[in-house]
Ligand binder design. Sequence first.
Ligand code: X2X
Length: 341
Amino acid sequence: MKSMKALLAGLALAALVLPGAAVAADYKAEYKLSTVLGKPFPWGVSGDRWAELVKEKTSGRITIKMYPGTSLVNGDQTKEFTALRQGVIDLAVGSTINWSPQVKELNLFALPFLMPDHKAIDALTQGPVGKQLFDLLATKDVVPLAWGENGFRELSNSKKAVATPDDLKGLKIRVVGSPLFLDTFSALGANPTQMSWADAQPALSTSAVDGQENPLAIFTAAKLPTLNQKHLTLWGYVADPLIFVVNKEVWNSWSKEDQEAVRAAALQAGQEGIALARKGITAGDDSLIKEIKAQGVDVVQLTPDQQKAFQKATRPVFDKWVQTIGPALVKQAEESIAARK
Ligand code: X2X
């Protein structure tokens, strides 16, 4: 009896002296973070930065390892969200496009010509639309923490300059795994084919497909001009935000203090990542576009009238997908964009 008391007193003392150790006992030695792209792509830099900031802000209590190439789901980007829900993935910095097969509202960002500029993206992610989408994600076994950015997706191909929908006729274009993209490119008369990013690069290099669409930071970092992509059209038809999330069970296993550290780290990494994703592609700083031209790529910047022709051709697709996404959410998005500063 006496020794039991002593033991309990000793345990209580240990808990007082070593609170960190007591908490850390239910923590995993390492948490798995999924991304499609690693460094030096802005996407990979964001994931890496999140991991680094978490380590710093939790004094090493939480260690995150990044798995780029969506390797935790064998490269199948469209399975990432499901794996995250199931706990196969602990955290992710994921694309709205890749999660849209499971979360149909995320197709919002792929509505052709919804967002005219970067401020329009911010009006959505930082406004009521962003909040509604986070509330929705929170009902799906994940805790959304911050927005990042993949970016405006520009069109490239190996065959010819594209300035009108007619120029796209018959071109074989690799698109991401969301049916909305098939509809958009079919409406433009192209021949879209769905594949993962991992499959896209060999398909471009062997000319199994003629073209693709991705943000300019990816176009350059993946060296697409060396994969026959000599024609680029700046049309800004859709933009893809990224979302920082944690699996809910994992989140619940952390102390309040650590949860807030992980959230603050995500917000900071997200902000830095957005700045990086926009570097060199704005009116104020178009250095990346200049760099692309210097690589011998023929760059077509659509005039507003030329852009309208693409918008008109894809309007039926926009209208069709409003029904899937939800008319109220799309209306809120259009209002937020119209009111942007
Ligand atoms: O597959 C793509 O095109 C990429 C890398 O941009 C996404 O994951 C959405």
